[in-house]
Structure formats: structure tokens, C-alpha cells
Design a protein around this ligand. Structure first.
Ligand code: OAD
Length: 270
């Protein structure tokens, strides 16, 4: 065992011991719900429970590449609501930035497409946006890139942008079901072996290959789950720490235990 207990004080002792140099994070939609962005699978509030107005055959179709090829309108209706710009990073994002400031952040793997990691000031080279983001876009047919400003205009009006070269539909570089994950993700996998600690936050760990990262870290790498519910195989390893609750609250308590409470607050107010 690496940890001398499975609670917050034991975790804090390890983080500040000098032995824990590389902290890897895995993020999901639960870290951004307090910013006002719904997650996907929460029964009442999740996106998939609230898409009746889009007349989809099943909720996930809105993010399926084969469905998008035939009918991109539901995606663009949703994109209008989810488009980054109006959301502010959460205290949890600021905690990750603090880890980076303290040279403790190894990699921040995120499934989120809201770009709140960058906006919180986490260095870009530390972030792996495994499911892409709204930052760039291209034609799904000829792959030619599409202009940022024109894209923004279309999305904010809920209109479907079309390629100026071939007339194909334009899609943000978000990874849809049926598409490969970016090379940054694949290249990041071997680096998991250097992790001294893994913290998984706000994800149901249901979507692969992302979810499998949690099983790839070395057996002697302690794993922490911060989530509303138990997910994945957390609890199956002797150094698994499970901290159930809202990310922001758990992270604030952890920061307090670490003696970082004021720094965290300052980072968030910046
Ligand atoms: P999910 O909606 O599947 O899971 C969110 C998890 O966060 C659930 O376990 C919630 O209980 C938990 N949660 C919600 N709010 C929370 C809070 N404030 N504090 C702590 N936990 C909270 O979202 P993801 O796991 O991110 O992919 O979903 C994975 C992928 O499925 C997404 O990237 C997206 C989606 O389809 C694509 O679209 C390709």
C-alpha cells in the first residue's frame, strides 16, 4: 500500500509528501454541472433525459456520426445551448490549475468539450481533450477546415454550416460516437505509467476507451474517485479512495485538509 489510510487526511499527507510528483486527472461532465452545463446521464437533469424536443430515435443519436451525416439539425439545436463562451470555470477547475501551479499536475485527461480547463488557466500542454472540443471545425466529407467566426455565427443562430468547397456538412472537432479519438489521446496513454496518483472526477466511466484509462495506471498508483455515485471498479484496489459528493464541495474540503483553502479561493476569483 502507498497510502497510510483511505481518507482525505491520508490523501493529503501523500500529496504533500514529496513522493507524489505526477498527478493524473480524468474528468467528465460532472465537473462542469455547477457551471450550468448539464451532464449526460443523470436521470432527471442530464442531457439525454431532456432531448425529447429534438425528436431523436434515441438520445445518443445526437452525437453519432452516422446520424449526423443524415440529419445534423438536432446537433446544431443543442450546440446553440452548449456553445462555450457563457460558462465560467468551477472551483474544481481552479483546483486543477492549483495542482499545475504547484508542479504536481501530470496530465489532465478530459471528456468535456466545454474548454473550461483552458479557461481556468490550466496550461494547454497538460490538457488532453479526449473527445475534442468546439475550438475548431471541418467538413465531414472533404475535411477542409471551416472559418471560426462563420462557425460561431451559425451555431449561435442554430443553423447548420456547410462547407464552402464541397457543400458537405461542417462539424466541430468533437469526437462523435463512431469516430476515432484524437492522436493526443492515444499518445497520452503510455504516459499514464508515470502517474503517482490518479484522480477521477465527475464521470460515469461508461464511455470507452476513455473509461479504460482508470484501469491502465500501475497497480501501486493510488486512485481517487470524486463523484456523486460510485462508478467503474473503484474499491477493487487496496489504495482506492472513494469520496462521494459534489466535486466542488469535496475539492474544497480536500483543499482545506491540504492547507490550500485560501490559495484555491484566490485561484478561482482570478
Ligand atoms: P455522464 O453524464 O455519463 O456522467 C456524469 C457523472 O458525474 C455521473 O456519475 C454523475 O453522477 C456525476 N455528477 C454529476 N454532477 C456532479 C457533481 N456536481 N459532482 C460530482 N459528480 C457529479 O458524463 P460523462 O461521464 O462525462 O461523449 O460522459 C461521457 C461521455 O458520454 C461524454 O464525453 C459524451 C457522452 O456521450 C460524447 O459525446 C462523445
Amino acid at each position: 500500500k502507498v497510502l497510510d489510510g483511505l481518507d482525505a487526511p491520508a490523501l493529503a499527507r501523500y500529496i504533500t509528501s514529496g513522493k507524489c510528483k505526477n498527478i493524473t486527472l480524468m474528468l467528465g461532465a460532472g465537473v462542469s454541472t455547477s457551471a450550468g452545463i448539464p451532464d449526460f446521464r443523470s436521470p432527471e437533469t442530464g442531457l439525454y433525459a431532456n432531448l425529447a424536443r429534438l425528436n431523436l430515435p434515441y438520445p445518443e443519436a445526437v452525437f453519432e456520426i452516422n446520424f449526423f451525416r443524415r440529419n445534423p439539425t438536432p446537433f446544431y439545436t443543442l450546440a446553440q445551448e452548449l456553445y462555450p463562451g457563457k460558462f465560467r470555470p468551477t472551483i474544481t477547475h481552479s483546483f486543477i490549475k492549483l495542482l499545475a501551479t504547484k508542479s504536481l499536475l501530470h496530465i489532465c485527461f478530459t471528456q468535456n468539450i466545454d474548454t473550461l480547463e483552458r479557461r481556468a488557466g490550466i496550461p494547454a500542454h497538460k490538457i488532453i481533450e479526449a473527445h475534442g472540443s468546439f475550438a475548431t471545425q471541418r467538413c465531414i466529407r472533404c475535411k477542409v477546415e471551416f472559418d471560426d467566426d462563420s462557425m460561431k455565427e451559425h451555431v449561435l443562430l442554430g443553423k447548420v454550416p456547410k462547407c464552402e468547397t464541397c457543400g458537405g456538412y461542417v462539424k466541430p472537432d468533437i469526437v462523435f460516437f463512431g469516430e476515432d479519438l484524437p492522436s493526443e489521446f492515444i499518445n497520452g496513454i503510455p504516459r499514464l505509467a508515470d502517474s503517482d496518483l490518479l484522480i477521477v472526477l465527475g464521470t460515469s466511466l461508461t464511455v470507452h476507451p476513455f473509461a479504460s484509462l482508470a484501469g491502465i495506471v500501475e497497480k501501486d498508483c493510488p486512485r481517487v474517485l470524486i463523484n456523486l455515485e460510485r462508478v467503474g471498479d473503484f474499491g477493487s484496489r487496496s489504495d482506492d479512495v472513494i469520496m462521494l459528493g459534489k466535486c466542488d464541495e469535496v475539492v474544497r474540503d480536500l483543499a482545506k485538509t491540504l492547507g490550500w483553502e485560501e490559495e484555491l479561493q484566490r485561484a478561482w476569483e482570478e
